[in-house]
Write a protein that binds this ligand. Structure first.
Ligand SMILES: Nc1nc2c(c(=O)[nH]1)N[C@H]1C(S)=C(S)[C@@H](COP(=O)(O)OP(=O)(O)OC[C@H]3O[C@@H](n4cnc5c(=O)[nH]c(N)nc54)[C@H](O)[C@@H]3O)O[C@H]1N2
Ligand SMILES: Nc1nc2c(c(=O)[nH]1)N[C@H]1C(S)=C(S)[C@@H](COP(=O)(O)OP(=O)(O)OC[C@H]3O[C@@H](n4cnc5c(=O)[nH]c(N)nc54)[C@H](O)[C@@H]3O)O[C@H]1N2
Ligand SMILES: [Mo]
Length: 736
């Protein structure tokens, strides 16, 4: 990689540069121009669901192409021709491919046909679908217990694929169903379930237009949820105040130029955040406790709907301001004025958040503190107010709804058993981190992934790689080549599937967005290869070979017509009444959300104030807190390019951002190579050659890109209560 180039970070997102960048990605790909046509169908009613993020589409009208630069990149990447075939693998050995970087892997195109890596081989070779299923069956049925297999899911799988997949895992006999959510919004689900009885957000897009104040905490929407900026712009123009809480000044939070409007194309940006608090990393629990301390409770709401207020009030009174200021890095007067803003008017307040809050040791406690603030204000379950975890993968929420979880409740398992005539196991399965540990110990021996890139997405890269290498078989259902195909078990399979944008013999699937809307997604592009199967077809083939038709389950019959799978989902999961009819109605339908109706499905039957110990991550004397984050040119582990336009970085991914004074103190100049060491209870971990970038952020903080920095994330360091790796609070030091 060339030497990176540093420019001044941007102060607004979108506009003409965003359009130019998307066009480069869409038109710059070789092969037939599948990209532009795909873009026209993106997120249109009756078109396909954007594979990039889970931000909802407007319920009524949609502009031609709800424009989004990163959606365009995702579609362009999926619309590439299928050049990764038997000739490709004959030319490139595993070692050769391992030496290439992630962006190179993505540029090679789509995977064209099923491939196998035989024991001891150096190259993948072609295999027929039938032989691949037989290989899986012999490995899976040769295990001593079904719990020696792990079935991972990434959040792009449709409801139909995900439902069939969990049915297969449970019919086979295990709840080992880890998913990317374990590394993502698990903390949100855990906290919200405890506080308000539903592990999902409580707002819709319309609420944003009625809100008076919108808090954006620990998220970077300009890059990761670009269509959210359109919503924020509308809200601001309608008089709402946006408050950003983020250690970094992110361009997408300070301003937005709408790329579909003339003013936006001319670079006329709307200012977004009217208040920007550069909180210390992991200082949010303290900040929200400070806000709560200033608020007078909405007494009628508290009396009618909540429990635990008195104990929480005593906790607030007992928390001194100097501690709140020290942990959050925000002054009492700033906190008081923010609290004043929230309490003014009709308290129509929405709080949005993403990975800046969920990937810390005390993430669940932090999110409960935020829920407490909403309970004090009564700002939940009424128009313009509520809680909004902004989901990542486009169907990560739906996958969980239809059963992808290592610990689905008894009500779900009982309904599944009744419908399918099977007996699901009741022992909880492994989540993501537990799966890594089980494979590393040699207790889990077959790893199967429905999408994703486990080797790169998981913490502790070398440790996770060793865990995968100890397996007897690793198998990936994938669209694009990635490192998880190369960090393999004794034998390995790659099973190529259709992408969202491709015609699946006229069939459609459904996805649930961040706001609980279930909608159809129908691809229309000609599949890039005639060797591909759909995900439900692959799961049916696998299930038939491994467990065979069982109870009332006829695998091939179910996968033939997705209406049948939807009928089964309707029979098992509450809220899907008339699923097949309502999936066909334009715009889809909302799933019920009890908390939104002020029905609290908690143990006490009330919304519960949490009373957790106040805490913030302490990296130790002289050390920094490292957070790992996304650049503007990637979708998780898929790296489209090496730039991070809004942060002013051209051509660099192995870089470390830090406060200029922290770098100076260590004798490190701009773009000088550094060695980074992370500290954990078990051992230290070190990476070399990350170039230093002085950046506007609080003292004691640092940031580096995911997945390059995952080597530094200790596998044993997880959020309390949710098990999410603490990818945003890692104790490190940097040396020249
Ligand atoms: N283009 C694109 N879109 C994506 C993705 C992608 O990779 N590329 N990924 C998708 C997925 S799966 C997800 S989960 C989402 C992720 O969306 P984000 O959560 O926005 O992603 P990150 O880059 O991890 O950003 C974390 C943000 O939190 C801030 N932050 C870090 N620590 C703290 C803290 O302690 N407190 C506060 N207040 N802020 C903090 C960081 O400065 C950064 O702005 O995006 C989804 N959409
Ligand atoms: N250090 C650190 N680690 C993190 C994070 C972080 O912020 N910091 N973020 C975490 C988060 S929020 C998440 S969600 C995880 C993401 O973890 P994953 O979901 O496992 O990773 P992705 O990079 O999204 O997966 C990309 C791969 O999915 C495959 N794919 C794409 N489309 C399809 C499809 O339609 N079908 C199938 N079957 N396969 C497809 C492609 O082969 C592609 O290579 O990473 C987590 N890891
Ligand atoms: Mo995510």
């Amino acid at each position: 990689m060339e030497k990176p180039d540093l420019k001044k970070p941007k102060t607004w997102a979108g506009g003409a540069p965003a359009v130019a960048s998307s066009m480069k990605h869409v038109i710059g790909r070789d092969g037939p121009l599948r990209g532009p046509r795909a873009l026209l169908e993106l997120n249109q009613i009756g078109g396909f669901d954007c594979p990039s993020c889970a931000w909802p589409d407007p319920d009524d009208e949609r502009s031609v192409a709800e424009f989004c630069e990163n959606g365009a990149k995702a579609v362009a990447s999926e619309a590439m021709p299928a050049h990764v075939d038997r000739d490709f693998f004959a030319r490139h050995s595993i070692d050769d491919l391992l030496a290439r970087d992630d962006a190179w892997h993505d540029r090679q195109g789509r995977i064209a046909e099923p491939m196998v890596l035989r024991e001891g081989a150096t190259h993948y070779e072609p295999i027929s679908w039938d032989e691949a299923f037989q290989l899986l069956a012999s490995e899976l049925n040769g295990l001593e217990s079904p719990d020696e297999a792990v079935f991972y899911t990434s959040g792009r799988a449709s409801n139909e694929a995900a439902f069939l997949y969990q049915l297969f895992a449970r019919a086979f006999g295990t709840n080992n169903l880890p998913d990317c959510s374990n590394m993502c919004h698990e903390s949100s689900g855990t906290a919200l379930k405890q506080s308000i009885g539903v592990g999902k957000g409580t707002v819709t897009l319309d609420d944003f237009l009625e809100a008076e104040v919108i808090l954006c905490v620990g998220q970077n929407p300009g890059t990761n949820h670009p269509r959210m900026l359109t919503t924020l712009e509308q809200a601001v123009k309608g008089g709402a105040k946006v408050v950003a809480i983020n250690p970094l000044k992110e361009a997408g939070l300070t301003g937005f130029a709408h790329p579909q409007k003339v003013s936006g194309m001319l670079g006329k940006a709307t200012s977004l955040a009217s208040t920007y608090l550069q909180v210390r990393v992991n200082g949010d629990q303290a900040l929200f406790r400070g806000i709560a301390k200033c608020l007078t409770a909405d007494e009628p709401f508290i009396a009618a709907h909540t429990t635990g207020h008195d104990a929480y009030r005593r906790t607030l009174d007992a928390t001194p301001w100097d501690r709140i200021e020290a942990l959050s890095g925000i002054s009492r007067s700033e906190i008081e004025s923010l609290a004043g803003l929230l309490a003014s008017g009709e308290k129509r307040v929405i709080t949005c958040w993403a990975m800046g809050l969920t990937q810390h040791r005390n993430a669940v406690a932090t999110l409960r503190e935020i829920a407490n603030v909403h309970l004090l204000l009564g700002a939940i379950g009424r128009p313009g107010a509520g809680l909004c975890p902004v989901r990542g993968h486009s169907n990560v929420q739906g996958d969980r709804t239809v059963g992808i979880w290592e610990k689905m409740p008894e009500s779900f398992l009982a309904a599944l058993d009744a419908q399918a005539g099977i007996t699901s196991p009741r022992r909880h399965g492994h989540d993501t981190v537990a799966s890594i540990l089980a494979m590393h110990r040699g207790e889990a021996k077959v790893f199967f992934a429905l999408g994703g890139n486990f080797a790169q997405a998981c913490p502790d890269t070398s440790f996770t790689a060793e865990a995968l290498r100890r397996c007897r078989l690793t198998c990936h259902v994938s669209t694009k080549l990635n490192r998880s195909h190369l960090v393999h078990g004794r034998r390995a399979l790659i099973l190529p599937c259709l992408g969202r944008s491709e015609d699946d013999a006229g069939r459609f699937v459904t996805c649930e967005n961040s706001m609980g809307v279930v909608q159809m997604s129908r691809g229309t592009l000609k599949p890039c290869s005639d060797q591909l199967l759909s995900e439900p077809e692959i799961i049916a083939g696998l299930a038939e070979a491994v467990v065979g038709d069982t109870g009332k389950v006829r695998w091939r019959w179910l996968a033939e017509d997705y209406d049948r799978i939807r009928d089964w989902i309707e029979a098992v999961v509450p809220g899907f009444d008339a699923y097949n009819r309502r999936a066909r109605q334009p715009g889809g339908f909302y799933l019920p959300n009890a908390a939104k109706e002020r029905v609290w499905q908690t143990e006490s039957g009330k919304a519960e104030f949490g009373c957790d110990d106040l805490d913030a991550f302490d990296p130790g004397e002289g050390r920094l807190i490292l957070q790992t984050l996304r650049s503007h040119d990637q979708f998780n582990t898929t790296v489209y390019g090496n730039h991070d336009r809004y942060r002013g970085i051209a051509n660099g991914r192995r870089i470390i951002f830090a406060n200029p004074d922290d770098l100076k103190e260590r004798g490190i100049g701009p773009l000088e190579p550094t060695r980074i060491t992370s500290y954990a209870e078990d051992r230290t971990r070190t990476v070399e050659g990350f170039l230093a970038v002085p950046y506007d952020m609080p003292r004691g903080m640092a940031a580096a890109y995911f997945p390059e920095a995952n080597e530094l994330v200790p596998v044993g360091s997880v959020a309390e209560g949710s098990g999410t790796p603490t990818s945003k609070s890692i104790a490190i030091d940097i040396a020249p």
